[in-house]
Design a protein around this ligand. Structure first.
Ligand SMILES: [Fe+2]
Ligand SMILES: [Fe+2]
Length: 278
């Protein structure tokens, strides 16, 4: 095993030991269990989330933030569950609980994640894809691994940050160098452990390493493109100053040309004006 592979294994083992993972609050763990049981109804799931007022407020705020562009405000969790579906709600609940630490890890990362989620929806709508809500949850969670690394590997995380500042590296390149694994993989491992469906996990794992032959490549391509567009527009802050390179294979798979990108960018400009540019 070469040194890089060894470090990668080490990161994974470290993450697998439950205590080094961000802890899942009891209510979230219960919600996840319920989503995975086929006999759960929207009402039961809504009632369970509603027991936690702080979580309820956060989820409703997110749902009504322009995230999904519903024409009328959604005022109850049960309504949100009915509109969005179980897996999207599960992702949102996870996002709200895990990503609130983002501000501490990397200022601007929450805004970057939100912008990416909404851009995923713009791309999906432009291409008339289905399951827009779930796809945008993948966008919301795409950089979750950065929070995990901050929480579980603080020392290495600072090393990564200083490498990014002094070297000419992108965040994920510096992570590969220091840890042998980047935040995409790390976030994907965590979401897998939290039993999110593969179609939501794959775009998170692969958003910096797009390969057209992999499973769920279409969704990965959307998240990859959304991430790059948000970085190019400086919406929020992904942690580094350089913009990752757009993979031509992703555009090819999505069958998008320059004119399509221009129109999607127009929507970013018009509709994401509530997200700070950093
Ligand atoms: Fe990323
Ligand atoms: Fe990102």
């Amino acid at each position: 095993m070469d040194e890089l592979e060894e470090r990668k294994q080490w990161v994974r083992q470290h993450l697998e030991r439950a205590h080094s993972l961000p802890t899942l609050p009891v209510v979230i763990a219960r919600v996840i269990g319920m989503v995975d049981r086929p006999q759960t109804s929207s009402r039961q799931l809504g009632d369970e989330i509603a027991k936690d007022q702080v979580l309820t407020a956060k989820v409703l705020k997110l749902v009504n933030s322009g995230f999904y562009g519903f024409s009328r405000p959604i005022s109850t969790i049960t309504h949100a569950v009915t509109m969005l579906g179980f897996d999207a709600v599960k992702g949102l609940v996870l996002g709200c609980s895990a990503l609130e630490d983002m501000e501490e890890a990397l200022p601007g990362l929450w805004e970057h994640s939100l912008a990416c989620a909404r851009t995923c929806a713009f791309i999906a709508e432009h291409r008339r894809m289905g399951e827009v809500e779930e796809l945008s949850v993948s966008g919301l969670l795409h950089d979750l691994g950065k929070v995990v690394l901050y929480q579980g590997f603080a020392q290495q995380f600072y090393q990564v940050r200083s490498l990014v500042e002094t070297g000419d590296l992108l965040f994920y390149e510096a992570e590969n160098e220091v840890l042998g694994a980047h935040h995409g993989l790390v976030g994907g491992w965590l979401l897998e452990k939290w039993t999110l469906p593969a179609k939501l996990v794959a775009p998170v794992s692969d958003h910096h390493d797009f390969r057209p032959h992999r499973s769920h490549a279409e969704w990965t391509a959307v998240v990859h493109l959304a991430d790059v567009l948000c970085r190019a527009e400086a919406l929020g802050n992904g942690g580094d100053r350089k913009v990752p390179q757009l993979q031509p294979a992703a555009l090819k798979l999505l069958d998008l040309g320059l004119e399509d990108i221009r129109r999607i960018m127009e929507r970013l400009d018009a509709e994401l004006d509530d997200i700070p540019r950093m």
